[in-house]
Ligand binder design. Structure first.
Ligand code: RIB
Length: 302
């Protein structure tokens, strides 16, 4: 079972010609309101990729909360561990410019009341977390996973410092280039390249590292081997949620006990396809869409 423990919210997405400078107002015609939140996006991606998924999170008793869960309900994600709390459902304002570049502000609301006490896991489960709920609950979630015989996977997005004792309990840490650089700085790691920094983190804490590189592909810097994959050849329309699609599909492949190279292929296809539609969830591919494009990803050891 894949248990995603994390954030959920509603995204208000605005297309702008260019992103505003500090203090500047830019005008745009319309906006759309779409389900989002990194935890929800990853739960959806894992379910659409074929995983059995439980989502553990918090919403307010409001219309945003109901709308935020619609796609997850349709995908068959188990939602009984979603708490209704006395804060509004989280909301993100997302501006996307004509080149696909984005700017996101998240109002955390109900996500701040998510508690590791909601999380129940057991041997064989994969517990997947991100960093949009209170840090103490993330660390408690990792502790709970390990104490109950589950494997803990953390996507360090958006980046916050991670205690060494929590890093030491992770099975896998997934980072993009910005997060990898911040992690390296936090840990006083000085290397000429991010993959070397990830290798040092792997060696220091005994975990598998996954480094995503956007249009340059993705890497596994693993305990047993290092792999590199190209990105899906696509013209990106909107990269919001692409990392979440990668993570969800990657973890669904892990839960299906696929080889790490195949996990990298599934994640890379899903991350690429997610860039073809606006918003974080509309472009999240189903299993059949992933299968149709797998041959376009080549994985090489390094
Ligand atoms: O990763 C994309 C997500 O980040 C959006 O859905 C938004 O909610 C923010 O949390």
């Amino acid at each position: 079972m894949i248990i995603v423990f994390g954030s959920v919210g509603l995204d208000i997405v605005q297309s702008v010609r260019r992103l505003p400078q500090p203090g500047e107002t830019v005008l745009t015609a319309d906006y759309v309101m779409l389900p989002g939140g990194k935890g929800a996006n990853q739960a959806l991606a894992a379910a659409r990729a074929g995983g059995d998924v439980i989502f553990v999170a918090s919403i307010g008793d409001d219309d945003f909360g109901r709308r935020a869960l619609v796609n997850l309900e349709q995908a068959g994600v188990f939602l009984d561990n979603i708490a209704r709390v006395n804060r509004p459902t989280a909301c993100a304002t997302i501006s996307v410019d004509s080149t696909g570049e984005n700017q996101i502000v998240v109002s955390s609301g109900a996500n701040l009341q998510t508690s590791a006490r909601q999380l129940h896991c057991g041997p064989g489960d994969l517990v997947l977390q991100q960093m949009e709920i209170p840090p103490r609950e993330i660390w408690a979630g990792i502790d709970s996973a390990v104490e109950n015989g589950a494997r803990a996977i953390l996507n360090a997005a958006p980046y916050q410092s991670i205690p060494p004792e929590s890093l030491g309990k992770l099975e896998m840490l997934i980072v993009n280039e910005v997060e990898a650089a911040m992690l390296a700085e936090d840990l006083d790691i000085n290397t000429p390249s991010l993959d070397q920094a990830c290798a040092q983190v792997r060696d220091r804490f005994g975990l598998d590292m996954v480094l995503t590189l956007g249009g340059q592909g993705a890497m596994v810097i693993g305990k047993n081997r290092n792999l590199r994959a190209n990105a899906l050849p696509i013209k990106a329309l909107d990269t919001v949620g692409a990392g979440d699609a990668f993570v969800g599909a990657f973890v669904a492949a892990m839960a299906a006990e696929k080889d790490l190279a195949d996990c990298l292929v599934d994640g890379s296809v899903a991350g690429g396809l997610a860039c073809l539609q606006p918003g974080a969830q509309d472009g999240v591919p189903h299993r059949r869409d992933i299968e149709a494009r797998r041959r376009e990803i080549k994985v090489v050891p390094f």
